[in-house]
Design a protein around this ligand. Structure first.
Ligand code: B12
Length: 324
């Protein structure tokens, strides 16, 4: 119960409302799931039409409706890029349409980041963030870079994958506290391992954080990475990054608590070789609830946590909830 109390204390002063699946900072306007769907559709359609003005307008409207920058990134931009990327993968659109959409989204991210950067407080730590060698999926690592910048880090974002030996030389030349490596395509897992080993040869060596879409693949053994930490989503990534360099004062935000809980539930579920539907059935919850919970987007009652722990056959401390 202590963790639940702490959670309330850490969010006092900031009001949250819980919508069906997503948490937003409180705003004078009530957001509904339909609003989110509408904004997503508007943004995706603007990208498909190559209309940067309409895309910007959708983002601006989302912000006026109370979406914070983190929600815009994860709930709208990331969603849209995944949808459009899938369209290309399925042969529904031309690669030119996908590339233009990516450029528009990167431009919008630059604008959003610049606005926040002007009033953020530096935390004095430097990170290098890069997709792993070979992996040309860059949006996830750009998003992690931006989340770290917003959190006060100085970030050198590599822009695209670079050879491991060049990354090592670059890191050596920059007094880097942490390197964030993003892996999207599972084909490059071996490169992650080689990158970690090469970075560990630097003295003093930077902390290494691994994350990205590829880690969702249940065939990947997360414990096999020799880096300092693995994070299963971007919110957890920022919290873990702070932890790695000793910045954490224990004052996690609600989003970070939920992200950490979600990733532990997911890890335990995969360990038990259960699908989300298996866990939903065993805990008598809805699959979409489990899905949102695992992504850190679903607030949760203590009763639901108990049911999930029982369905996973684990104790609450294994979900990071101490029994005090
Ligand atoms: C968009 C996309 C593309 C775009 C990439 C645009 C770009 N420049 O970035 C294009 C169309 C160019 C493309 C190309 C290819 N793609 Co592609 N692509 C996708 C797609 C649809 C979305 C990925 C994405 O950008 N999502 C949006 C970003 C923001 O989300 P994200 O990456 O998950 O990042 C989030 C988190 O993971 C996290 N995060 C990310 N990195 C990190 C790092 C840390 C440390 C932390 C803490 C968190 C974190 O933060 C982000 C925000 O929440 C996925 C499938 C899917 N639905 O996800 C396939 C997918 C990744 N692609 C795939 C493949 C195979 C390819 C190609 C090899 C196809 C081909 N035959 O050529 C090529 C790549 C060539 C190469 N050398 O790598 C496969 C990979 C399969 C696998 N084995 O893993 C996927 C899964 C599609 C599929 N279902 O098969 N792709």
């Amino acid at each position: 119960m202590l963790a639940i109390n702490k959670l309330h204390i850490s969010i006092s002063g900031v009001k949250y409302i819980l919508q069906t699946a997503v948490i937003y900072k409180w705003s004078p306007f009530m957001l509904t799931v339909q609003d989110l769907e509408t904004l997503r559709k508007r943004y995706v359609n603007a990208l498909l039409a190559g209309d940067s003005g309409k895309a910007r307008q959708a983002v601006s409207d989302a912000q006026n409706r109370g979406f914070g920058i983190h929600s815009v990134y994860v709930d709208i931009l990331s969603y849209a890029q995944s949808s459009i990327g899938e369209m290309w993968h399925n042969g529904e659109i031309n690669i030119g349409v996908e590339h233009l959409a990516t450029v528009i989204t990167l431009d919008i991210m630059n604008e959003l980041r610049s606005k926040v950067s002007t009033y953020r407080k530096s935390n004095g730590f430097r990170a290098v963030v890069t997709p792993v060698e070979g992996d040309t999926h860059i949006l996830g690592s750009r998003m992690l870079s931006d989340f770290l910048i917003i959190d006060g880090w100085e970030v050198d974002f590599m822009g695209g994958p670079i050879p491991i030996e060049d990354l090592v030389k670059f890191v050596q030349s920059r007094s880097v506290d942490m390197v964030g490596i993003s892996i999207t395509n599972t084909a490059y897992i071996a490169n992650v391992q080689s990158t970690i080993r090469a970075l560990k040869s630097i003295i003093p060596n930077p902390k290494i954080l691994i994350g990205g879409l590829a880690l969702d693949d249940s065939k990947i053994d997360l414990k096999s990475f020799e880096g300092d930490a693995v994070a299963l989503n971007i919110f957890e990534g920022v919290a873990v990054a702070r932890n790695l360099v000793g910045l954490t004062d224990g004052g996690y935000t609600l989003e970070e608590h939920l992200a950490a809980l979600g990733s532990r539930i997911r890890a335990e579920r995969l360990e038990n070789q259960m699908t989300q539907q298996d866990l939903a059935t065993a805990s008598e919850l809805d699959r979409t609830y489990i899905s949102a919970l695992e992504q850190g987007k679903q607030n949760v009652t203590f009763g639901a946590v108990l049911r999930i722990a029982k369905a996973l056959n684990i104790s609450l401390p294994l979900l990071g909830i101490p029994l005090e």
